[in-house]
Design a protein around this ligand. Structure first.
Ligand SMILES: [Zn+2]
Length: 433
């Protein structure tokens, strides 16, 4: 057998293996979750994930590429993603054996796989990869015993940009896979568009989709790893939805509309796990401590002291400190018009000025200030007015401004140019990668 043919066969085998593993993981995941799903999977080999699956996809490991901005350290980058400080320190300590974290440059890409801790809003780092220079690859993996191992490899991965277009015949999931997208890309597309499209009802035969995403290919083995979904477009019932991936400087990556508006994210309705509501929003006949009628401007969640409190949405810490009868208090600014407040805390997990991500632990339940017992007093403010958090399910979109909108327009132009250059179903290699 000649060398090239052998190489080609190995390549085909690898692709086949990769898809088998991806498909197997998908099936295995579904089997674990719901016995009802088993039948469905046997009948149609490529089921379309329904809404529940999309939610469950949230608990799958997240893998993404983040870009380092000026002033970022590996530590604050990991913390921003929800990885606990002590774990990030462990990881950096191990990484330091093969890489000097001070050599981290703005604009550098870091690929991470992290997974939600069971019963906790924090994430565990599973894998980290970065390229300190063109020829080397630094990999940090978590071993079975929970410790980290860092290695330095000499490697060249070719960065490919892929463009696919397709039409829904069987299901969006099946047809996107058939067009060449990996399951990760399809999930990312569903997640990014799920605020505007009801994937259970709105998808019909003949609906058109377009995706632009990148992959990293080891030219020797032909093995490929997924990069990021840079663009997704879906036309359904005569309406076209377009989203672009973008990471604002110093922020976390997300999807934005053509106009630079963040794809809306649902606000966490319960910022503490396993808590019961002990006080509702509205007028109170008799205040338990003061003894007179008073407006209750938030919701109370009863929970033991020390229970972690999560950020209801992505945002910036505007206040973190003692605040009169509120005791230890945190105020988060989510965008121009929405803020959330958390009162009576026993401890803080963040400080003023920090950027936080939805679900990140920001503090712990306590009974500081005027409180009858340990609980979280949670408030939602829109345009400076207290509103009932129970009645608001969506955060208003965040619009990029200033330098961010300029950077976004550049990123958008790049993607649009890629779509013009690459014929659908094809890819080009980026030698600068
Ligand atoms: Zn209260």
């Amino acid at each position: 057998m000649n060398r090239d043919l052998r190489k080609f066969l190995v390549f085909i085998l690898c692709i086949f293996l990769a898809y088998s593993i991806a498909f197997y993981s998908y099936v295995f995941q579904s089997l674990e979750e719901d016995a009802e799903e088993i039948r469905v999977i046997e009948e149609t080999t490529l089921p379309e994930p329904d809404k529940d699956d999309v939610v469950e996809a949230e608990s799958l490991p997240i893998d993404e590429t983040v870009v380092v901005s000026g002033g970022d350290t590996l530590g604050n980058l990991m913390n921003r993603l929800g990885i606990p400080v002590s774990q990030a320190q462990e990881a950096i300590e191990e990484l330091t054996k093969v890489f000097n974290p001070r050599n981290l440059k703005a604009g550098q890409e870091i690929y991470l796989i992290y997974e939600k801790q069971p019963d906790s809003p924090a994430y565990d780092l599973q894998y980290l990869q970065l390229r300190p220079d063109f020829e080397h690859n630094i990999e940090l993996s978590r071993k079975d015993d929970g410790s980290f191992e860092a290695i330095k490899k000499k490697k060249h991965l070719a960065h490919h940009h892929n463009h696919i277009k397709g039409e829904v015949n069987v299901s969006l999931y099946a047809d996107a896979l058939r067009s060449g997208a990996s399951p990760k890309m399809v999930y990312d597309m569903i997640r990014a568009l799920s605020f505007d499209v009801d994937f259970q009802r709105d998808i019909h035969t003949g609906d058109a989709f377009t995706m632009v995403y990148d992959t990293f290919r080891d030219e020797e083995t032909g093995l490929e790893r997924a990069g990021e979904l840079s663009y997704a477009e879906l036309t359904t019932q005569g309406k076209t939805h377009k989203v672009y991936r973008f990471q604002p400087s110093g922020g976390v990556p997300g999807y934005y509309t053509e106009a630079g508006e963040a794809v809306r994210k649902a606000l966490l309705r319960t910022p503490v796990d396993g808590a019961r509501i002990s006080g509702t929003f509205g007028m109170r006949k008799k205040h338990p401590v003061l003894g007179y009628t008073k407006m209750h401007k938030g919701i109370d969640f009863a929970a033991p002291t020390g229970t972690p409190i999560m950020a209801a949405g992505d945002g910036v810490v505007e206040k973190a400190g003692r605040f009169s009868t509120y005791g230890n208090y945190i105020l988060l600014r989510h965008n121009g018009s929405t803020k959330t407040a958390y009162a009576h805390l026993s401890k803080y997990a963040i400080k003023k000025g920090d950027k936080v991500r939805q679900g990140q632990v920001i503090g712990y339940v306590g009974a500081t200030g005027r409180a009858t017992g340990p609980h979280l007093h949670f408030e939602l403010l829109q345009n400076g007015v207290h509103v009932n958090p129970r009645k608001v399910t969506q955060m208003p979109g965040t619009k990029l401004t200033g330098n961010s909108i300029k950077a976004f327009k550049n990123a958008k132009d790049k993607v649009n140019k890629l779509m013009e250059t690459i014929p659908p179903g094809d890819s080009i290699s980026d030698s600068k990668a």
